[in-house]
Design a protein around this ligand. Structure first.
Ligand SMILES: [Fe+2]
Length: 189
C-alpha cells in the first residue's frame, strides 16, 4: 500500500520549481514526469469519489484540481466512461498524464496534410499504448492522441498541462471527415 501523502499543493509547488529551473519544454516535461507519477500514486491525498462521476455522453468527466490565475499549470482529474473515450486531439501546450485507476489506451497520430486548408486535417496513426495506473505519458506541444477506456469500469487519470486546455485554442480531429475542430472540455470544480 502506498503511504505517500503527496498533495496537490505540494505538487503545485514542485511544478513551479521545475518550470522555474527548466530552459525548454523538454526539460519541463522530464521534470514533471516523476511528479505526475508520484501524485498519481498518492491518489488517497486528493482523489474524491465524486471524481468518478461521468456520464456515457460525453463519456469524459473533468475535475479541476488547480490552475494559476493566468490558466498556466492546470491540473485536472479526468474520468473515462467504460468503452468511451476522446477523439484525436492536441493540447496547444505540453501535457503530462499519469494513470491513477484503470487502464487507458492511447493512440498517437501525426498530420499528413500540408496544413494549407483551414479546418482540414488528415492524420495517420503512428502508435498505440495502454497506460496503467502509475504509467505516465508525456507529450510535447503538438502531439496528437486519442484516449479510450476499453474496460468495463470507470477509469481515472491525472492530467497536468502547461496551460489549461480550454485556453489554448487546441483542436480535435474528425478522422472520417478529415476535419480540424475546436475542442472545449466541460470542466467541473
Ligand atoms: Fe489529451
Amino acid at each position: 500500500m502506498n503511504t505517500d501523502t503527496y498533495s496537490i499543493p505540494q505538487l503545485v509547488t514542485d511544478l513551479k520549481n521545475a518550470c522555474a529551473h527548466a530552459t525548454d519544454e523538454r526539460e519541463i516535461i522530464s521534470a514533471v514526469r516523476p511528479l505526475a507519477r508520484r501524485a498519481a500514486r498518492s491518489k488517497a491525498s486528493w482523489l474524491q469519489d465524486r471524481m468518478y462521476g461521468v456520464q456515457a455522453d460525453p463519456g469524459i468527466g473533468v475535475y479541476l484540481l488547480h490552475e494559476e490565475p493566468d490558466h498556466t499549470l492546470a491540473i485536472l482529474a479526468v474520468s473515462w466512461y467504460p468503452h468511451r473515450g476522446a477523439p484525436p486531439h492536441d493540447h496547444g501546450t505540453w501535457a503530462v498524464v499519469a494513470g491513477v485507476d484503470g487502464a487507458e489506451k492511447n493512440h498517437f497520430f501525426e498530420r499528413t496534410d500540408d496544413r494549407s486548408r483551414p479546418g482540414h486535417a488528415e492524420l495517420r496513426k503512428v502508435g498505440e499504448k495502454v497506460f496503467q495506473a502509475g504509467d505516465v505519458v508525456a507529450m510535447p506541444k503538438g502531439v496528437i492522441h486519442s484516449v479510450s477506456n476499453e474496460t468495463d469500469v470507470v477509469t481515472v487519470s491525472l492530467h497536468i498541462y502547461g496551460k489549461h486546455v480550454n485556453y489554448t485554442s487546441r483542436s480535435q480531429y474528425d478522422l472520417q471527415r478529415k476535419a480540424q475542430l475546436p475542442f472545449i472540455l466541460d470542466v467541473r470544480a
